[in-house]
Design a binder for this molecule. Structure first.
Ligand code: PLP
Length: 490
């Protein structure tokens, strides 16, 4: 912005004041012969030249976000918001972190691109080393990608390659779980178990089976913890037997189901049982830490809550806190050893932009912030405060408040006693989120599965640097918006 505007100090000051105070969104800014009109696509006549992601192009009225700082962003009309979702559970370190920006600028001056097929940059090397130190389990190598979906497809292929080289070439299918989400690519979506995202693409998807979710509020077996004997975990064994263990290469799970389940936290025993079953049937355990990784749930990685030691770990989102697109898959020593053996070690898989030097510089600076400021610990205590306050809210449509750290879900129900879900067409959660947005707070209001598997839910997942006073603003906005929707439902 600076390069196209006069740089006289008074102008900058006035323009900055205008941007932060123009809450009406309509006023223009004039200085000499310079005029600035707020950019907006909010008129129904104005069509976006950009496809929405996960949305309907005909009803796409996006915010135009011009700048951000800390936990706030400002739209093109100058209106200020609290980002209660960290972009999309991405900006863990918060916006405008100077050390990340400086590291990226410094790297841009040195080297902006290299191709991992024949070369490697110092930040890519250092970031991989640092990740291996931090990740749970005995991780040995990182395969860089540019995001979470590419990480899912990479995990599918790495697991397949492992079994081929291990003399077990029939194993090629992943087992995913219903409700979970692992990506939009064909591989990632085949692993995913969220019917609305799969619906129109079913004929394209791979023949991957799905296990029941660990969803205590609506136990798929109609049981109650702790008398349930963790059937959601134990039932995996029967599924493996039914499908034929000789065809299964890996089991994939999010430690806590995020965007499609509204923070489904498994019972404490769950992953121990899952790990034992996977080991018994020589099936690799893949943990999808794309959303839960890098402090989001109050531990550096979601796996850390239960001491899970996966064979493969998928990463993206908070890996760079969104300062650059990057992801990766880490493999443990067992997998790495097999992948390195023999002539077939040619892994014909890669991405032009993966492991970009500038993105890796951002990763390194971001990891430094997460560890130095102990943001996982801060997220844990802020998450406890957020959940406590949400549980105190008195609304008849709140069915369940759950989560860990700063990944918190609020499931909305038509009837608290029967847990009856809303008809999807009512868009209850979306209406709550839209009203909260008008109050200057961005949260997600998502529709549950059309199959009745899960009701509408809200997700609150702000940058990990958030403090109590901003959480109070988020909670007040949710409280008032819920009241408005409840009244309209009467
Ligand atoms: N895995 C999980 C758990 C996710 O939440 C997401 C995205 O939300 C993905 C994978 C896909 O990541 P991306 O959108 O970067 O492709």
């Amino acid at each position: 912005m600076n390069s196209c505007f006069p740089t006289i100090l008074s102008f900058e000051k006035d323009f900055r004041n205008y941007l932060t105070s123009n809450n009406s969104g309509s006023a223009e800014f004039h200085a000499g012969n310079f005029t600035y009109s707020p950019i907006t696509l909010r008129s129904s006549m104005d069509r976006s030249p950009i496809f929405p992601h996960f949305g309907n192009a005909s009803s796409y009225h996006p915010l135009i976000i011009e700048r951000a700082d800390g936990v706030n962003f400002w739209d093109s009309t100058g209106k200020k918001y609290i980002d209660g979702v960290a972009g999309v559970m991405v900006v863990n370190a918060g916006y405008g972190r100077q050390s990340i920006i400086d590291a990226m600028k410094d790297q841009i001056d040195r080297l902006t691109y290299n191709f991992l097929s024949y070369s490697i940059s110092p930040p890519a090397l250092n970031a991989a080393r640092r990740l291996i130190e931090m990740l749970p389990g005995r991780m040995s190598k990182v395969f860089y990608t540019t995001g979470g979906s590419e990480s899912a497809d990479t995990a599918v292929k790495l697991a397949r390659m492992f079994h081929v080289m291990n003399g077990d070439p029939k194993r090629h299918r992943f087992i995913g779980r219903w409700i979970s989400y692992h990506g939009s690519t064909i591989g990632g979506l085949s692993c995913s178990g969220h019917p609305p995202r799969r619906k129109n693409f079913e004929p394209l998807l791979l023949n991957f089976p799905h296990a029941e979710p660990a969803y205590c509020y609506r136990c798929p077996f109609g049981k109650e913890y702790p008398d349930c004997e963790i059937e959601c975990a134990k039932s995996l064994e029967q599924l493996i037997r039914n499908e034929g263990p000789e065809s299964i290469s890996a089991f994939i799970a999010e430690p806590i189901v995020g965007s499609t389940g509204g923070a489904l936290v498994p019972p404490p025993e769950y992953f121990k049982i899952i790990s034992e079953i996977c080991e018994r049937y020589e099936i690799l355990l893949v943990m999808d830490e794309v959303l839960t990784g890098f402090g989001r749930t109050g531990a550096m990685f979601g796996c850390d809550h239960w001491g899970v030691r996966p064979d493969l770990i998928m990463m993206a989102k908070g890996m760079s806190s969104g300062y650059a697109p990057i992801g990766g898959v880490a493999v443990n020593e067992k997998v790495d050893e097999i992948l390195q053996s023999g002539e077939a070690a040619d892994f014909a898989h890669g991405f032009t932009f993966a492991g970009s030097p500038v993105a890796c510089a951002a990763v390194l600076a971001n990891l430094e912030i997460l560890t130095k400021e102990n943001l996982p610990k801060h997220a844990l205590s802020m998450g406890e405060y957020l959940m406590k306050r949400l549980k105190e809210l008195n609304h008849r449509i709140i069915g369940d408040v759950r989560g860990k750290g700063l990944l918190v879900g609020v499931e909305l129900v038509k009837d608290r006693e029967t847990k009856k879900i809303f008809d999807g067409s009512h868009q209850v959660a979306a209406r709550v989120a839209s009203l909260a947005l008008q109050r200057g707070v961005k949260i997600f209001g998502l529709k549950g599965s059309e199959s009745g598997m899960i009701s509408d839910f809200l997700v609150i997942s702000p940058p990990l640097v958030i403090q109590e006073q901003d959480l109070d603003v988020i909670i007040d906005a949710i409280d008032q918006s819920l009241s408005e929707v409840e009244e309209a439902l009467n």
